[in-house]
Design a protein around this ligand. Structure first.
Ligand SMILES: [Zn+2]
Length: 155
């Protein structure tokens, strides 16, 4: 499964074994690794939030330290979220499809709204130019992840 033109293999073509091999050499944060198009192509910021929520994994989990069960959940979530996205044709042009796209989302772009699974409030972590959303109850055993922007505002 060598990548073409520097891109990683297409997410929808990966078996769970392929996914395990791709993550095995990578000690980065899971969210960063699965959205790196050089590692896996086809997973953007929005769908990575959804995939991690479905898989009940922390965005900050270490990519190469997943258990076999977690890897299986990640793979199942990746296939189901992306297949669903393709079938609803909401993969491209996020701006024009925002309404429909958002209605099908569980956590992405839903900061402050209730998690559709457990009812906890969806939280956000911001970086310099990006942010992501997650549910602490579903994904991090209730642990609130550090949000640098929030801590700066509180000072
Ligand atoms: Zn939840």
């Amino acid at each position: 499964m060598p990548g073409i033109a520097g891109l990683g293999p297409d997410a929808l073509e990966l078996t769970v074994e392929d996914l395990g091999l791709l993550l095995a050499g990578n000690s980065g944060r899971l969210k960063t690794v699965i959205t790196d198009q050089k590692v896996i192509s086809g997973i953007g910021n929005a769908y990575s939030d959804e995939i991690l929520h479905v898989a009940r994994l922390s965005p900050f989990a270490t990519a190469n330290k997943l258990t076999a069960a977690q890897l299986g959940s990640l793979h199942d979530a990746m296939i189901s979220v992306l297949t669903d996205a393709v079938s609803r044709s909401v993969g491209q042009q996020a701006a024009t499809l925002k309404g429909e796209k958002r209605s099908g989302l569980r956590v992405h772009a839903r900061t402050g709204l209730p998690c559709p699974v457990c009812g906890d409030t969806v939280r956000e972590v911001s970086f310099a130019d990006k942010s992501f959303q997650y549910c602490a109850t579903c994904q991090t055993a209730g642990k609130v992840l550090a949000d640098r922007r929030m801590s700066r505002l509180l000072k």
